[in-house]
Ligand binder design. Sequence first.
Ligand SMILES: NC(=O)c1ccc[n+]([C@@H]2O[C@H](COP(=O)([O-])OP(=O)(O)OC[C@H]3O[C@@H](n4cnc5c(N)ncnc54)[C@H](OP(=O)(O)O)[C@@H]3O)[C@@H](O)[C@H]2O)c1
Length: 320
Amino acid sequence: MKAVAIQAFGSPEGMKVIDLPAPVPAAGQVLIATEAIGVGGVDAVIRRGALAAHGFAEGHVPGGEVAGTVTAVGDGVGISWVGRRVWASTGVGGGYAEQAIAPVGEVLPLPPGLSAVDAVTLGGPGVVAHFALAHARFAPGESVLVRGAAGSIGITAVQLAARGGAAAVAVTTSSAERGDRLRTLGATHALDRSGNGDEDAPAGYDVVLDVVAGVGMPAFLGRLNPNGRMVVVGVVGGQPPADFGTTIMAAFRRSLSFATFSAGTVAGPARRAVRTEQFAAASRGELRTVVHEVLPLEHAVPAHRKMDAGEVFGRIVLTP
Ligand SMILES: NC(=O)c1ccc[n+]([C@@H]2O[C@H](COP(=O)([O-])OP(=O)(O)OC[C@H]3O[C@@H](n4cnc5c(N)ncnc54)[C@H](OP(=O)(O)O)[C@@H]3O)[C@@H](O)[C@H]2O)c1
């Protein structure tokens, strides 16, 4: 089968199309003929070699999210899965391929009306957005700021906060055009990356959902109302300053909360239930997916170049 592997860490050009034997599903796994492959920000982090210390070696096939048709099952998996169109999390890799393996617990049937492309745009990020808002104890009537809202996590978080009855949903983004697009998804205020640019925006927020982190993080902690909660779900802007803890302590008398959130800490059945609900909502048109571009699998290199250049609004999807 055709697959894309990271042959050399670094630039997108280090990825090559190669031929691999089709994988064989082990016990508890399914084999999927892929129709759509989500290109995630974490794929680029792995490609750059930033996670080499965590066991990612050259030769790795990236891709954590696919949709397609189950063609074979391993021991202990019901044969009725074969022939079903599904979404699946493949874990930390293996997705950029014509055939991919996934544990059956991470496989969900696609509802009628939801395309494979839409499924890999919503499947992973939607669950992160949902549980991160829950982790922040977001309640109707509260004001929310989504920092780094132009990616798939932010785009879903904006919609969920708006649908959940937020009093205001502010976003940070790098252009007015992106701000306008986020307004059509439920944002009420569009700010620049430093959190300025709209005089009518709330002075403080009850919840800050941060996909960016990096050196700008302390300033956004400062935007919280008393008893406000900041939840970091991504680090697309790098690590925060080493003295970030001092910033939290300096705001001691405002009773702020800071947390990280990883969807990996949510029990499988809870993730599955929310994903099922979100897929149904998307198939009814109540939750929107934003697909930046659909490209052939062989175009993984230009796909990553576009990500590195910051051109992507929503998600790029590859098709074999
Ligand atoms: N917590 C979890 O369970 C979980 C699960 C999966 C992935 N993740 C993490 O989530 C992140 C990817 O999420 P995503 O795909 O939604 O994000 P993304 O598309 O990679 O980035 C979101 C937006 O952040 C803005 N941005 C990028 N670099 C920036 C910088 N240096 N400073 C300020 N803004 C910047 C860009 O928008 P503008 O240009 O419009 O500003 C970009 O569109 C990764 O860090 C990944 O590891 C977390």
